[in-house]
Every structure is written in structure tokens, then in C-alpha cells.
Design a protein around this ligand. Structure first.
Ligand code: GLA
Length: 743
């Protein structure tokens, strides 16, 4: 049994081959945390881990005992998991163990995204029931361990069994207490166009919080944090990840207390999300996913990549190769008609595309971003024969058809706003802030969700639409839900998110064949919550090949390559003005989910030929790229940041692709070696380069070489090789390794 209950010592030990997670019920009933890390022997008592002098007096002060479900006002003075206000105004809460239940599999969380199992044998779950004696408040703390992954998932349901309402002021998803502070905190920070840049710093006393209060997870911080030892590298050493399956306001926080113990917590942002639990009602909080690895940050990433692509993403697209798409946005923006689109699709088809996506501008009277969001009817000025006709023409070319929508928004210049001003978020009588000329629709109002299901549903059923890019292009200001009573306004942000998840569930259930891609001005809502509904995300509006190396590098800390929309666009780049070689743009986008976002009619014959070759190359390798183990080799955030490299290795270790990028050309760069990882040391590999070139770099590397030497010595990036065709800025090469079968 992967979850062991020792009645003597009242201890729960969750374990698999790689990890152990141990909790203990103290005499006073409090649930203490004993351990999370490398697998420990079963059948043993670990109660002595509570070694601190204070800890010996288990029935007195809880501070600084490691706890599973810390509450405020019960003798623990660190950041809490749960705080309440009872009907009589008191905030005292002392949760004591009542019982627990161990079951195979993993429960589904109502209304919220969650990881899942395909078979009950993949995981085991323990639900610990804790009760606050005085108030009849009951908590079910839900912990799952996967059998073959170094993963623990955690969430809780707070149930009010008493006669009066209880206010939840803080209801986090997970708390993790660690016994020492020799850790660094790694976060993914950013901004529009600079999403998910890793920021890494040693822990210091006090609290450090990463949060969003914008209504979405945001460009600024991702709902994730990692703790790693100072000596941990990409490939070695201890690292822990906490990732939250939630797309709204969140808090990920670490506290180092006076005893130098560490508490990490993650969940909905307690300052902006509060909840009233009426008598007989409950609140289910989002799920957190904890990963432990002794294979460095790369080990943490690998666990997230596999879990999220195999057991978070749902539906038909989970296991299917994703189509190479052409998106109209940077090619023509709002300026098109039916023939333009069909010409673009024809050119894209000739290059090897599989899906043609009409981005913004096909509905209402939308010639720029000042109008029409909310009016989801086709613009007959641009598409006089309607959407079904356009879709048919694109399908006749042999391409699937995709479309852009931004369901959660409304322009003040729209019929929808004229008819339903009360559906826009904002306080009646006060000015609403316009951002990108738009307001946010109130997804906390079920009427709005019903309406959107009807209109979006009728678009999707009007024609065989295979793909939807679901955008979300502003943050929430003046948070007020007109349909909510005064005493529920604190719930607005969470109810908004529940409305979004509800709409996504209804549409994905009704249209299971449609591939959804989430977007929020690029990566403004790129989180695991979205991934549960939309198997891929547009991770940044910036398509510049240099910036993209950084964004994809950081995003890969948590998110699998298959989930990262990565497009080749025209130069000068529309966001940065930089001119990079076409093959460099592709060599970056290959390590994601490849698409093109340019006007294919504008390519000259030589460029078209390159794109044709790129797409053909990628199609033969996308299953390897999306299914293999990803290793980050050289960080564009370290040293002078001039180089980056990464690789993907097939699980059978018979194939691998290495991407290597140099931003600025360096005169006489000196000898360079790129050591690889994850290969079979006993195998021999044939090395070939992309793009193919008869130059010194190819001659130095296009050999048959042992996996051992490739990992210990590495690929040759020496100066002589570099002289060749790779002079000039913004260069990239891909090295392909294929195992040689002994004859
Ligand atoms: C956002 C998206 C872009 C594009 C535009 C359309 O900015 O991130 O990719 O779809 O909206 O208006």
C-alpha cells in the first residue's frame, strides 16, 4: 500500500519508489508534518523528526512545529493555511484530527481544474478529516501520491456543519514546512513580452510573497515557486516545486522564521479572495502540485512536464500530434477579406501548414481594437459569404480552420454593451477603467456564462472549427459583481474564475474535438489551471527569436514544450525591430509547438523553400520534441547571456535534438564544448546538423560518437568551427543525434 497508516504513533506515510511524505497526528490532535523528500523505509516511526525543544512539549506551543494545516490563533505564529471569522466574531480555530480515509485513485475537484488518473492504480489518496470542536467547522485535507511520479497533490475542502455562517479569510491550497533554511527561492517573474524569467535568490528571514491581484495569474509572477539547495544544478541536487492549478489571484509565499525553519505556502490570494461558508455549505480550494527531485531543477521540470501533459491536459488532443498552424495576426492584423484569407491559407498549405487560424478582426465591425468585442457575429463586410463558407474554402485546401475569440470581454462600442451594460465588471455609478478600449464581462454572473456558452457555442457549431484561440487581453479593475450581494463581493475574484472554468468545461465538453489555445496578451494567464482546459498556450506576444529563447527557457521550468505556442514571424520583428535569420527563428520555435505568424504570400521563393523545409523537418520530429525528456543546458540568464542551449532526448534514448543559440557574434570566441545529458553512455550516435551546411562546424561534429563522450566531452563549438557559416549575430544550430544500430 503506497499510503501506510501506523496507528501506534498515528503516522501517515505516503511513498513510492522515489519519494516519501510523512504526517503525524499529535496528542492534541494537530496534524504535524514530518517529512517530504527522498524515499524513506516503510514500517518505521518517524515521530522523532519533531526534535526541536519546543516540539517536545507537543501539547503546548505549536510554533515552530512543522504543520500540515496551520491556522491562526492556535499558537503558531507563521503564515497560516486557514483563517476564519466565526459568526460571533471570534477567529480562534483549532483543528483536531477526527479520522482519515485512504482510497485508490484521485478525486475530481468540483468546478476546479485538477490532475487525474486514468486508472485507480496510478495514485492513492488520503483524506484527513479535521474538526474545530467549538464551531463544527470540518476540513478535509486531501493528499494524493502518484505511484510512478515524484509528485504529491494537495487541496482541502472546508465544510461548515454548524448552524451559522463562517467567513474564510485565508484558505490556501498547500503549506510545506521544511526544517532548515539552506534553500534558494526560484520564481518565474516577468512582464508583457518578458514572461517567465527565472529569478533566483537565497532565502532570508522574513516573508517573501509572489502574487497576483489582477484577476488572472498575470505576466508578472507565475503561480509557482521552487526551493533548491545552494549547490543544486540543473541536473543534480535537491529541489522542490510548488505549482498551483489556478488562473486567478494567487499567493506563493515563503517565510523563514526565527528558528530558521522554512514555511512555503501557495493558494488563492488571501487579501483579495475571501469566502463565506453558509451553514451546510463548503468551499473546495484549488489544487497544488508538489514535486521533489534530487536530479536538480531539471528533475522538477521533468516531473511537471510529464504530469501536466499526461494527467492534467484532457480530451482528444492530449495524445495527438499538434498541428503546425499559420496565424493571420502579424501577417495582416485587422486588414483582410475572404479572398485575402484564402490566399494566405493557400500559400500556407503549400508550405506544409495543417491549420489556418483567423485571428482578431472577423466579427462585429472590428477594424481596430476600439470596437465589437462581445458582438460575436461574422463581419459581412469582410466575409460576405459568412464563416461556414470561409471554413469550407480553407478545408477544401486540406487545412483545418481555427478562430480567435475573446469571450470574457466587451468593448463599450458594441451592441452587447449597449444591451447589457450591467454585465461589465465595475461599480454602477463609478467610472470603469478602460484598458485596450475594453471592459471585462462579469463571469461571476451565471447569466453571462450562459449567454457566452450560447453565442460561442453557436459559432463553433456553425462550421467545422477545429481550433480556438481564447484570448484575455486586460486585467480586472473596479472588481465588483453586480449580481452578487454586498456580503459576497469578497468572493468576486474567485467566482469570476469559477465562471471561466465553467464556460471552458461546457464548451470543451460540447466540442471535444476542438483544440483550445489559451492566451492573455501572450503569457498573462499561462498557468496549469488553464492547461486543464486548453492544452496549449500562447506564452508571449513577443516572437523575436532572441527574446523567445529566454521566455521558453523560463517557461520550461514548469510547462511542457507541447504546451508552448511558438511562432516564426517576419523581420524586422514587430515587437523588437530585430532582424534574425529565418532558420534561427525556426530553431527556437521548434522547441515548442510550432506555428507561423506572418503573411506567407510575402515570402520570396528562397524563404518559402526554407519554411517548407522547416515544417517538413519539424513534422518528422514533433513527437520526439513533445514526448521526450527536456534538458536545459546553457542558460541565457547566466554569464553574459550570449548563449543558450537545450536538448530533448527520447525516452528510449535512441534519438535526441540539441538546440544551441548564440546572440552576438564574438571574434575569436575560443574553444567551446557543449556537454549533453540524458544519453545512453553505451550507445553510439550519429550526429548531424540542421540546417545542413558543409562547413567547419559540421565537419567537427558530424561524426559517430559515443553517448559517454558526448556527455563528458561534448559537442565541439570551437572557434575554427565557428568561423564558418555562423559568423554574424543571432545564430543557431540544431544537432541531431541518432543511435547507430550495430550491424
Ligand atoms: C492579443 C494576443 C495576440 C493577438 C491580439 C489580437 O494581443 O496576444 O496574439 O491575438 O490579441 O487582438
Amino acid at each position: 500500500m503506497p499510503i501506510e497508516w501506523r496507528a501506534e504513533g498515528r503516522q501517515l506515510h505516503l511513498h513510492n519508489e522515489r519519494i516519501s511524505y510523512v504526517m503525524k497526528v499529535l496528542d492534541r490532535g494537530t496534524l504535524a508534518h514530518l517529512y517530504f523528500g527522498s524515499r524513506l523505509a516503510t514500517g518505521r516511526d518517524y515521530g522523532h523528526f519533531l526534535r526541536h525543544s519546543n516540539m517536545a512539549r507537543l501539547n503546548e506551543v505549536l510554533d515552530p512545529l512543522p504543520l500540515e494545516l496551520p491556522t491562526a490563533g492556535s499558537g503558531d505564529f507563521r503564515v497560516p493555511m486557514l483563517t476564519v471569522r466565526h459568526a460571533d466574531g471570534s477567529t480562534v480555530l483549532d483543528l483536531a484530527y477526527r479520522e482519515h480515509e485512504i482510497t485508490p485513485g484521485k478525486p475530481h475537484l468540483d468546478g476546479l481544474p485538477s490532475t487525474y488518473v486514468d486508472d485507480g492504480a496510478e495514485a492513492d489518496t488520503v483524506e484527513v478529516c479535521l474538526v474545530d470542536g467549538n464551531s463544527s467547522l470540518r476540513v478535509r485535507l486531501i493528499t494524493t501520491i502518484y505511484a510512478d511520479r515524484p509528485v504529491i497533490t494537495r487541496s482541502m475542502r472546508v465544510i461548515n456543519e454548524g448552524p451559522s455562517e463562517v467567513k474564510l479569510n485565508t484558505a490556501m491550497s498547500a503549506v510545506l514546512d521544511l526544517p532548515d533554511r539552506e534553500w534558494h527561492l526560484l520564481q518565474l517573474a516577468g512582464e508583457w513580452g518578458r514572461e517567465t524569467h527565472p529569478v533566483d535568490a537565497p532565502l532570508v528571514r522574513g516573508t517573501r510573497g509572489l502574487r497576483s491581484q489582477r484577476g488572472s495569474s498575470g505576466h508578472q509572477q507565475n503561480p509557482f515557486l521552487a526551493l533548491h539547495r545552494p549547490s543544486t544544478t540543473e541536473a543534480t541536487g535537491e529541489a522542490i516545486g510548488l505549482s498551483l492549478l489556478y488562473s486567478g489571484n494567487f499567493l506563493a509565499e515563503v517565510e523563514v522564521d526565527s528558528a530558521d525553519t522554512v514555511r512555503a505556502r501557495i493558494g488563492m490570494d488571501p487579501e483579495t479572495v475571501r469566502w463565506r461558508v453558509a451553514a451546510g455549505m463548503d468551499l473546495q480550494v484549488p489544487e497544488a502540485v508538489l514535486v521533489w527531485s534530487d536530479e536538480g531543477l531539471g528533475g522538477v521540470s521533468d516531473a511537471y512536464h510529464r504530469l501536466y501533459r499526461q494527467r492534467l491536459v484532457t480530451g482528444a488532443w492530449r495524445d495527438k500530434p499538434r498541428p503546425v498552424l499559420f496565424n493571420s495576426w502579424e501577417g495582416v492584423y485587422f486588414d483582410f477579406d475572404e479572398d485575402t484569407l484564402v490566399e494566405m491559407a493557400t500559400a500556407a498549405r503549400d508550405l506544409g501548414a495543417e491549420l489556418f487560424v483567423v485571428d482578431d478582426g472577423w466579427f462585429g465591425q472590428r477594424d481596430d481594437d476600439t470596437s465589437s468585442l462581445g458582438d460575436w457575429t461574422v463581419d459581412l463586410r469582410k466575409l460576405p459569404s459568412g464563416l461556414p463558407d470561409l471554413v469550407e474554402r480553407v478545408n477544401d485546401l486540406g487545412l483545418d480552420f481555427g478562430i480567435w475569440i475573446e469571450p470574457e470581454m466587451v468593448n463599450p462600442r458594441s451592441r452587447l454593451f449597449e444591451n447589457h451594460p450591467e454585465w461589465a465588471v465595475g461599480y454602477p455609478g463609478r467610472p470603469r477603467t478602460e484598458i485596450r478600449n475594453q471592459f471585462v464581462l462579469d463571469m461571476s454572473n451565471p447569466e453571462v456564462v450562459d449567454y457566452l456558452e450560447r453565442v460561442i457555442g453557436s459559432i463553433l457549431s456553425s462550421a467545422p472549427i477545429a481550433y480556438v484561440k481564447w484570448d484575455y487581453n486586460r486585467v480586472i479593475t473596479e472588481p465588483y459583481g453586480a449580481s452578487l450581494p454586498a456580503d459576497r463581493q469578497n468572493e468576486f475574484f474567485h467566482r469570476y474564475m469559477l465562471g471561466v472554468y465553467d464556460l471552458y468545461s461546457r464548451l470543451t465538453e460540447r466540442f471535444p474535438e476542438v483544440l483550445f489555445e489559451s492566451c492573455a496578451s501572450g503569457g498573462g494567464r499561462n498557468d496549469p489551471g488553464m492547461l486543464a482546459f486548453a492544452p496549449q498556450a500562447w506564452i508571449s506576444d513577443v516572437t523575436d527569436a532572441v527574446d523567445r529563447q529566454r521566455i521558453q527557457y523560463g517557461t520550461s521550468l514548469v510547462y511542457p514544450l507541447v504546451a508552448m505556442g511558438a511562432h516564426v514571424s517576419a523581420v524586422p520583428n514587430h515587437q523588437t525591430g530585430r532582424v534574425t535569420p529565418l532558420d534561427t527563428r525556426a530553431a527556437v520555435a521548434f522547441f515548442g509547438n510550432l506555428g507561423y505568424e506572418l503573411d506567407p504570400r510575402a515570402l520570396d521563393e528562397a524563404a518559402a523553400e526554407r519554411v517548407r523545409e522547416q515544417i517538413a523537418w519539424y513534422k518528422q520530429r514533433r513527437e520526439l520534441i513533445h514526448g521526450g525528456r527536456f534538458h536545459r543546458l546553457l542558460s541565457p540568464f547566466e554569464g553574459d547571456g550570449n548563449e543558450a542551449a537545450w536538448m530533448v532526448v527520447a525516452d528510449e534514448r535512441d534519438r535526441a535534438l540539441v538546440g544551441w543559440y548564440r546572440t552576438l557574434s564574438v571574434p575569436l570566441p575560443g574553444p567551446g564544448l557543449l556537454r549533453l545529458r540524458g544519453l545512453d553512455p553505451d550507445a553510439r550516435y550519429r550526429v548531424t546538423l540542421w540546417p545542413a551546411a558543409d562547413d567547419a562546424l559540421a565537419r567537427a561534429n558530424e561524426l559517430e560518437r559515443g553517448g559517454d563522450e558526448l556527455m563528458r566531452q561534448g559537442l565541439f563549438l570551437d572557434d575554427e568551427a565557428w568561423q564558418s557559416q555562423l559568423r554574424g549575430d543571432f545564430q543557431a544550430r540544431i544537432f541531431e543525434l541518432t543511435r547507430v544500430v550495430p550491424s
